[in-house]
Design a protein around this ligand. Structure first.
Ligand code: ZN
Length: 302
């Protein structure tokens, strides 16, 4: 086990810096999927009342508990909300807004856009914007691909519709500028499966998980290792939780202890995704080119 304090720093990114007094950053994010993620995967699940209640736990019970934790910690977080969730749970989504947290775009019905045409992807983006505007009166500055499954069209569509950042890609410890062809550029706030609560915790028969549900003690220990190592590397700790998952009591308590640990780290900037993206957008960074790999010719050498 490497002592995080002695772990090697990340390769230097020319032009990158954190605000004065900060050596790393953390954002606590919540994807308010509720019913949408399951309905997108299997529309017939709408008829399974117990499955729908498992998802409704998020807005009904998890969100209020998580808002209390964030309030006690005195930090602001980012909640990525599908348009369908906003329409089905408008009072809950407004309570997130009214508590001072950021609301980001997370699709309409939690669609995977990787398989959509650019036109269909844009229609989903607009439908989600319309729903969030109707419920919150706000236009989000950030987007997170449902299932972290974005497309090669996503960046250009986000720039076209005025977004400032994406949080769906996995190729860096640091935020960076992402090119979107001729459309312009936006900030990327990278994520990773190891910093998501779905994989260790979720079990829904026939829908998700194996039934092996991890202990919050183990999950929080893993996240703490990554937080400490990312701080040593000067990176961004971008944690994704779901209210229907981590809103449950022992998981929420574990998350609260992790937030307390983060707050005790000297020089760790805890901020919303929007705040971090605005900082990064004005740095003198060389943008990362976003190009789809070319497949080799089928008749090449064997
Ligand atoms: Zn989601």
């Amino acid at each position: 086990m490497t002592d995080p304090a002695s772990a090697p720093a990340a390769p230097a990114s020319p032009g990158f810096s954190w605000p004065a007094g900060s050596r790393a950053a953390a954002c606590f994010t919540f994807d308010v999927d509720a019913e949408s993620a399951i309905l997108a995967a299997d529309p017939m699940a709408a008829g399974r009342r117990s499955v729908m209640s498992h998802q409704a736990y998020g807005p009904r019970t998890g969100v209020p508990r998580l808002l209390g934790i964030l309030d006690r910690a005195g930090i602001r977080a980012t909640f990525f909300v599908p348009g369908y969730t906003a329409e089905r749970w408008p009072a809950v989504v407004r309570s997130i807004r009214d508590a001072g947290h950021e609301i980001g775009h997370h699709g309409y019905l939690h669609e995977s856009v990787a398989a959509l045409s650019p036109e269909a992807e844009e229609a989903v983006l607009i439908r989600g914007l319309t729903a969030l505007d109707a419920v919150t009166g706000q236009r989000p500055s950030g987007w997170r691909a449902p299932m972290w499954e974005s497309s090669w069209s996503s960046a250009g569509l986000l720039v076209k519709h005025g977004f400032g950042y994406d949080s769906s890609l996995m190729d860096s410890d640091l935020p960076y500028l992402l090119t979107a062809g001729a459309a312009g550029r936006l900030v990327e706030l990278p994520i990773h499966w190891s910093l998501d609560d779905w994989e260790p915790y979720v079990y829904l028969p026939d829908l998700s998980g194996s039934g092996a549900i991890a202990s919050p003690a183990d999950v929080v220990a893993r996240w703490t290792l990554e937080l400490d190592a990312l701080v040593a590397a000067g990176g961004l700790f971008n944690l994704t939780n779901h209210p229907f998952v981590s809103g449950r009591p022992s998981r929420a308590a574990g998350l609260e202890s992790l937030i307390q640990h983060a707050r005790s780290i000297d020089g760790l900037w805890i901020a919303t995704c929007d705040e971090i993206a605005r900082w990064v957008a004005q740095l003198p960074l060389e943008p990362v080119d976003d190009r789809r790999p070319e497949l080799p010719a089928a008749d090449g050498p064997g």
